[in-house]
Design a protein around this ligand. Structure first.
Ligand code: SAM
Length: 324
């Protein structure tokens, strides 16, 4: 069953938070010169025009990137520490870089700067250095086709010399071929659609098998916060899995961000579009995160509350971590 299409949700608050965390994991790994291998097990279509049919059906980017894009003009400068500001800037600059051609028009006509929103394979490819490589998996034939054409169109290999490989196959199998990078440095993003409950089990067995091959990789696991046993148990089961590893202890961080404004999107009755009826928020579990993440993520999530208008909400986020 492959009915989920990420285009309906492109640029929403969950994408913003997931990509903010992803981009900063990448930039931390790239502080060293040694090559990094990137694996994106569930890539999606790669690039989304926010005024296209699917994204404009639910308009979720209105309470996501389109709100955040203006944050430079608000209290961005005064409320955040230097490091949190830098992290937010890393993410925003990357998103803006795909919208450069719209800069003048947006300024002149006072319209949104972000008209195209990059998905995880675009963020990764843009950040690939000469020594890095990337493996992208997408099972949906249409989204695979879009991904392939989008990447080719934007990153004309001849000019950009980007070393990426695309597969129209099951991303949960990807570790078999690719997890061991020559430099033993890797980042894996695992972002399934959770259309079936088997995805929760697949995430656990994927991580378990990958850790046997490469314990030091950074694993970014996205999951939806739903009123559902599997969803709430996932992070506990991931922690349990890590604590049962032999030899060295493994660092992790678990982030949950709850959204109250999502309710209005959930009232839309388009079944295909509205996959996550009852979405309470967005979760990201990161294995081997940057050491400074706990403080910076808490600070940035508190800032996101001001952007996503969560003034009166208590306990809008939860960040727990074990860093060794
Ligand atoms: N990672 C993307 C991003 O951040 O821009 C979004 C990915 S979306 C949440 C999940 C994608 O996984 C969908 O495009 C879906 O078609 C694809 N998919 C579902 N099952 C898959 C599988 N077993 N292997 C690879 N892709 C799969």
């Amino acid at each position: 069953m492959l009915s989920y299409r990420h285009a309906f949700h492109a640029g929403n608050f969950a994408d913003v938070i997931k990509h903010f965390l992803l981009v900063n994991c990448i930039s931390y790994l790239q502080k060293k010169d040694a090559a990094v291998r990137f694996i994106d097990t569930h890539s999606g279509a790669g690039m989304y025009r926010l005024d296209d049919e699917m994204p404009s059906k639910l308009n979720e980017s209105q309470n996501g990137i389109l709100k955040l894009q203006n944050c430079m003009n608000t209290n961005f400068d005064t409320t955040l520490s230097k490091q949190a500001k830098l992290c937010l800037q890393n993410y925003l600059d990357l998103v803006f870089s795909f919208n450069d051609s719209n800069k003048n028009k947006a300024k002149k006509n006072n319209i949104n700067l972000v008209e195209k929103y990059p998905g995880s394979p675009f963020l990764i490819t843009k950040l690939l250095r000469q020594q890095d490589d990337a493996f992208f998996y997408e099972l949906h034939p249409k989204d695979y086709d879009y991904l392939s054409k989008n990447l080719q169109k934007y990153f004309n290999k001849k000019h950009h010399n980007k070393n990426y490989h695309l597969f129209n196959t099951n991303g949960f199998q990807g570790w078999k071929a690719n997890i061991i990078s020559p430099s033993k440095r890797a980042l894996v993003i695992i972002d399934p659609s959770y259309e079936t409950t088997s995805d929760y089990e697949n995430v656990l067995s994927y991580l378990s098998q990958s850790l046997q091959r490469l314990k030091s990789a950074t694993y970014c696991i996205w999951y939806p916060l739903l009123n559902k046993r599997e969803s709430f148990q996932l992070s506990e089961r991931l922690i349990h899995l890590l604590q049962n590893q032999k030899e060295n202890k493994i660092s992790w961080i678990n982030t949950k961000y709850f959204i109250k404004n999502q309710q209005k999107y959930n009232n839309n009755n388009n079944n295909e579009a509205n996959k996550f009826v009852g979405l309470l928020g967005t979760g990201m579990f990161i294995v081997n995160p940057p050491y400074f993440f706990p403080e910076v993520v808490k600070e940035t999530f508190a800032f996101f509350d001001t952007i996503f208008l969560q003034e009166n909400i208590k306990d809008s986020f939860e960040v727990i971590a074990e860093i060794f």
